[in-house]
Design a protein. Structure first.
Length: 563
DNA sequence: GCCGTTTTCGGCCCGACTGTTTTCAGTCG
């Protein structure tokens, strides 16, 4: 039994209650309770009384306690008896919510997606009161597209938004625009993309967007909101454009950047002050206040500016964020590759690119000999590289260049270099690049033996996942975090947008030492640092927990002190 | 179902778009 199981239980109860047309506030009470549990940073065993959590009262506490003790919930069981499970799938269809599903079920008895599809194809839905031809058509289309609906990983979303930005830049009647929504918050995946567009020419914009190469179809065509389907190759995603013309711009941007939970929390705060927040501004005594920046908006409520990545479940508003790490705090990148292994630039080129970024130190960490596909370094080549790094380091006053490695942890847990070689290095990273299919025990054995090595300072991309493409190997996260503390080994948040590993979910609120690195194989990849920072910010990680916020002097000391 | 101290009852975040209505319900974000 985990916290996730309880969160799922509460959400399931909410869904079934909704289908039973229960009081909407009772429904949202269960949803709020689930969200409150999610926000709480404690593990299940650390929570003494569930009703101490704001949003969980006596009723929900009893439901949770019964579930933990009995392994099942009588409330959920009763609800499931009354309501076919197929109805919960129906609510996933775009355009079909709980109320319409309940209505269809009550009047026709239809309870599966197959039955619904036949009913729609036979044109019978439009004959029910409250439904029409158009609604029937939309629901059928939604049903057929249900399997198509997917979320795209952040690196795909970045590409799509750049394509759209290029198009918008060419429309001279657009005063300014910004990306909003989950893409602006640098979420791991996005289901749609939002833009805020400032212009007086909404009509013209609707005409022009239809001519874009990526335009597939209109989903909505309003003067304030126009939604289209974007299509390029196999990529198909909804893009919403919010059109504004006046001073409401930053309120609209803030509003549609979300997250929903972040905004709900803000509106609660506003309400306490007898104010009302909407996408046009803040209403105070019937007067609408607008802002010249998002910072000014937050300032109005005596709140700090929240970087978009941090605007998540709302708990960020109730904590002091002044110590949360930001991009400016990062003083160096300590995981990057050169032409010695599979990088595209040589040591000197990487050094100069990092100087340009204002870094005070870097570590060169090419692959080890086992990774032959990446031209991993033999003992001799590694020793030669160390020598070259020492020379280059002597040439540059503005930056410290350290000699490191990203060493493979082999399938049996042994390491790819002997301690005799490792002691020549300033910094050793260890990581898994092979035998991903091992059991959790085998994977943990490998990680443990690496972490216990006196030279291994950090574990790179600890789970090996690729967002939307590969699950990663079977890491016992709790055990990993515990081992990290016991062995004084640092865990990486790999900033490559295909990885983001560890993820923000894993590190959320955890008191553990981390390092954020780009794993750059190309000078352009150094730019990935912002995605890693976004991940740390979502995890509410303080700068003191992040190794590469250390100053040049502190980092030097850290190297000299050893493990 | 949860919350609170000017309230233990009466609130609970806000608005756009669509389609089916003839003033609004449902859905979505």
């Amino acid at each position: 039994m985990t916290k996730k199981d309880i969160i799922r239980l509460l959400e399931d109860i909410a869904t079934y209650l909704e289908l039973n047309l229960e009081n909407g506030f009772r429904v949202s009470a269960y949803r709020k309770a689930a969200a409150a549990l999610e926000r709480d940073q404690r593990s299940l065993s650390e929570i003494e009384s569930f009703s101490d959590i704001k949003g969980i009262g006596k009723g929900t506490r009893e439901v949770i306690e019964e579930y933990i003790e009995a392994g099942e919930s009588s409330l959920l069981n009763e609800l499931k008896e009354e309501t076919p499970v197929g109805l919960t799938y129906m609510t996933k269809i775009p355009g079909l919510g709980a109320k319409r599903v309940a209505k269809i079920y009550k009047t026709t008895g239809i309870s599966t997606l197959d039955e619904l599809e036949n009913f729609l194809r036979e044109g019978k839905l439009q004959k029910l009161p409250g439904f029409g031809k158009k609604t029937e058509e939309n629901i059928l289309n939604g049903l057929l597209e249900l399997s198509d609906v997917k979320r795209y990983p952040i690196n795909t979303v970045i590409h799509i938004s750049e394509t759209i930005e290029e198009f918008l830049n060419n429309l001279d009647y657009i005063e300014t625009f910004d990306i909003a929504g989950s893409a602006r918050r640098l979420a791991e995946t996005s289901g749609d993309i939002d833009f805020i567009v400032k212009t007086n020419e909404a009509e013209q914009f609707i005409k022009d967007i239809e001519t874009a190469s990526f335009f597939k179809s209109f989903i909505a065509k309003g003067e304030k909101k126009t939604s289209i389907m974007y299509e390029e190759g196999l990529t198909k995603i909804q893009v919403d454009f919010r059109l504004v013309s006046g001073d409401e711009y930053y309120s609209t941007l803030q509003h549609f950047t979300g997250s929903k939970e972040h905004n709900v929390r803000l509106r609660q705060i506003a309400k306490e002050r007898n104010e009302k927040i909407n996408e046009y501004g803040v209403e105070h005594d019937g007067e609408v206040i607008t802002f010249k920046s998002e910072a000014e908006f937050y300032n109005h409520f005596d709140l700090p500016f929240y970087p978009p990545a941090m605007r998540e479940n709302g708990s960020e508003i109730d904590i002091d964020i002044s110590n949360i790490v930001t991009l400016d705090d990062i003083k160096g990148d300590i995981h990057m590759h050169t032409t010695y292994s599979d990088g595209a630039y040589n040591i000197r080129e990487m050094v100069e690119a990092c100087i340009e970024r204002g870094y005070e130190y870097i570590v060169i960490t090419d692959h080890s000999k086992n990774l032959s596909v990446a031209n991993g370094l033999s003992d001799e080549r590694l020793l030669k590289q160390i020598e070259e790094i020492r020379k280059i380091n002597d040439e540059y006053n503005e930056i410290d260049v350290y000699a490191g490695t990203e060493m493979d942890i082999l399938a049996d847990g042994t390491l790819d270099y002997s301690d005799d070689i490792l002691k020549e290095l300033d910094y050793v990273i260890a990581s898994i690049h092979s035998n991903f299919n091992q059991t959790a025990e085998e994977i943990m054995h490998r990680l443990k033996s690496a972490m216990e090595n006196p030279y291994v300072r950090h574990i790179a991309h600890p789970t090996g996942r690729l967002i939307g493409r590969r699950e990663g190997y079977k890491v016992d996260i709790e055990a990993l975090l515990k081992l990290a503390k016991e062995t004084n080994t640092i865990l990486e948040v790999n900033a490559n947008p295909q990885r983001l590993d560890l993820s923000s979910d894993v590190i959320y609120g955890k008191d553990v030492m981390l390092t954020v690195n780009t794993d750059a194989h190309h000078i352009d990849h150094l730019e990935f640092m912002k995605y890693g920072i976004a991940t740390l910010q979502k995890g509410l990680i303080n700068k003191a927990q992040v190794l590469n916020t250390k100053t040049r002097k502190e980092f030097k000391q850290f190297i000299e002190d050893g493990k």
